[in-house]
Design a protein around this ligand. Structure first.
Ligand SMILES: NC(=O)c1ccc[n+]([C@@H]2O[C@H](COP(=O)([O-])OP(=O)(O)OC[C@H]3O[C@@H](n4cnc5c(N)ncnc54)[C@H](O)[C@@H]3O)[C@@H](O)[C@H]2O)c1
Length: 297
């Protein structure tokens, strides 16, 4: 993901990557053509100085420790989702940064996708009426590697946090009860982590939400949302071939620019630590329902 941010930020005339901390030798060597100062660890990068903020793209299990170190360094933080792999870790990150008055923004890049911003405005303006159902889909082209899969919290924590955050952000409603179901189909079964899982959720305003996740999809990485209301309905394939990459990289760029404005003392436009905590709490409820047997077949 760090390389994705690098590519996206390269297109910005407002934000610049000035240094990278990367402990893996092979990954560091691959970054040499960037010409940027490369550090073998965060300490070395912090000692070198010259940073206005830090974009945290380390494995999710290391998010909280990294945030803690950056709080001590008093540097604004744009942390990749999910901000740890439990709601408690995200809560701690939110509390520590708030207490130290260190800006913390979370990498829920969907909040910077123009089509989704328009959909949110339509819902808020009542154009769709009262909302029966918000259905959010995220289907990836191919499953991640073994290290990632075992250090990212499982399908609802790793992938689902995007949909849980998106649903809260689109509707302004909070999650109530959540039931989950794993698909019995898997091209390559992975013990403890289904290749596809769905969550059916009660929202605080009376709406229902569906979160549909898959780690394998023939068209590549795709995301869409469908909203059904009393007055109208909408469907938004906001990440879909052939424009999926353009949408993704543009949103990452705008997210970084928005973070820079926040780090300079402006308002936070993106998600914060409380949003990460709420998304992870919902993901944990879905995962725990699944672990306890889920919806019976
Ligand atoms: N927002 C999104 O859509 C999105 C997409 C993919 C991944 N992510 C998030 O990005 C994070 C990284 O995911 P990834 O797919 O790039 O994983 P990855 O394992 O491919 O990359 C993680 C990188 O962090 C480096 N690293 C490990 N420890 C480090 C440390 N202490 N200091 C500095 N670097 C360190 C590793 O060497 C590696 O290069 C995860 O938290 C993941 O949830 C977000």
């Amino acid at each position: 993901m760090g390389r994705n941010h690098l590519r996206a930020i390269k297109a910005s005339d407002q934000v610049q990557v000035v240094a990278i901390a990367e402990p893996a030798v092979a990954a560091r060597t691959a970054l040499e053509p960037t010409g940027l100062p490369l550090h073998a660890d965060l300490e070395s990068m912090l000692s070198a100085g010259g940073l206005d903020g830090v974009l945290v793209c380390v494995p999710s299990t290391m998010h909280l420790d990294t945030v803690k170190r950056l709080v001590v360094a008093k540097l604004p933080i744009l942390c990749e989702k999910p901000v740890g792999i439990t709601a408690e870790q995200a809560f701690l990150a939110a509390r520590l940064t708030a207490h130290a008055s260190v800006p913390l923004q979370v990498g829920f890049w969907r909040r910077f996708v123009p089509a989704l911003k328009r959909l949110r405005e339509r819902i808020a303006a009542g154009e769709l009426g009262e909302i029966y159902l918000v259905a959010c889909y995220q289907w990836d082209g191919a499953p991640p590697g073994e290290y990632f899969r075992t250090h990212s919290g499982g399908i609802f924590v790793d992938m689902g946090v995007h949909e849980f955050d998106q649903t809260r952000w689109l509707t302004g409603q909070e999650f109530g009860d959540i039931s989950a179901l794993a698909s019995g189909v898997a091209a390559e079964p992975w013990p403890g982590d289904p290749e596809s899982a769905q969550a059916l959720c009660v929202l605080s305003g009376g709406s229902s939400a569906l979160v549909s996740l898959g780690r394998r999809f023939p068209l590549g990485d795709v995301c869409k949302v469908e909203v059904f209301g009393t007055r109208n309905a909408d469907e938004c394939r906001f990440l879909w071939p052939p424009t999926a990459d353009d949408t993704f990289f543009e949103a990452l760029k705008v997210q970084a620019e928005s973070f820079a404005a926040y780090a300079r003392g402006g308002e936070r436009e993106g998600a914060g630590g409380d949003d990460a905590t709420a998304a992870l709490a919902a993901a944990e409820r879905a995962a725990s329902h699944l672990a306890s047997g889920g919806v019976p077949p």
